[in-house]
Design a binder for this molecule. Sequence first.
Ligand SMILES: *Cc1c(COP(=O)(O)O)cnc(C)c1O
Length: 417
Amino acid sequence: MTNNLNGAAAHIWKPYASAKNPPSTFNVSRSSGMTVVLDDGVEALDGISSWWCASHGHAPKTVVDAIRQQALKLPHVMFAGLSHEPAEALTQTLLKVLPPGLDKIFYADSGSVAVECALKMAIQYQRAVGRPERNRIAALKGGYHGDTIGAMSVSDPDGMHAMFQGLLPRQYFAPQPQCRFGQPWDENDFDAMNALLDERGSELAAVIVEPIFQGANAMYFYHPEYLRRLREECNKRGILLIFDEIATGFGRTGELWAQNYAGAKPDIMCIGKALTAGTITLAAAVASSTVADAILAFMHGPTFMANPLACAAAKAAVELLDCYDWRGNVKRIESELKAGLEPFRAIPNVRDVRVLGAVGVLEVKQLPCPDFVMKTVRETGVWLRPYGKFVYTMPPFIASTDDVRRIVAAMGVLADV
Ligand SMILES: *Cc1c(COP(=O)(O)O)cnc(C)c1O
């Protein structure tokens, strides 16, 4: 299993893991389309798109070619004082798919950094318009916005970052919306957020939320009307609204942007994950002109900002949206996930079943143990990584009916413990 070349594995610190007792892992030698090839030769379907970023499958040819071509010309150059064609071409491409009005793009090197940038933009904007006392952020319980300090400060305070509370700037939290996607709207559901905005509005630079789908910390879908109400109330109070579409963007929930379900637009939006179709790290904080134009000089500048390889990859990745009927695929995957996962409500360990777009979630009482997960991955040939309370899938949009059937079956095995 763990490929322990010259004992290297003992010195590699894995995510969310112990360095002393490293978890066992599969080594992946190759990937393409739906498939990752594990070290013992097993070809496994990637049921979670490699942390949700390989939305069009692994190693799409046009994206890999774009990186290769770009590497021969200009792998990197600093972005202050200099610019380059890949960044300009990507910007033109993104402007065609971004919600109209969101058109000032600040490239960042990961999703968490894009969130940091969005928060800093909000603070700088409020200072610029003469409200420097507005230096706090409001967010939702159950939210997740990344693992850096600022991003952790606006993520669920009781979630995976609870131990860092002493380090984090204090922000304000409204309860998780209770009214689910697809249920009738209940106006009371917005009361707590409304009260928070009333009470703390004069301290708030912005509200940040994951629109419609709370990912890593909650795997939960809430009602679009919540976002419409939030937009309205932020407008009234001069509070900026930030949508973190890092997980939801580029079609994952069935709409290109999850905010489209609500028809509500943010002042700043974060994108990442599927932006480069799972090939190389890139993210962005995208602002409206109103926000961007007020800021004299935005005080952020990553070393690898707008890396040309990443920009070339992202342009080719975004263009893939025009190359096949991803929307039709996601609709089909959604109905297959619904049909396949609903019967698992009968499994005693399954507490809830939730599906929207190409996201399928089994909330479980008890998580399968890591050894059982490894064994199931090898036996079913489906790569899944349950965590917290969730056995879930976010398959690439190119998943066939048979792929979805196999993923659903593997989820059933993992949930039935
Ligand atoms: C993954 C994620 C992030 C963080 O992105 P990284 O690239 O891992 O830093 C932020 N917000 C949301 C909603 C995410 O799903």
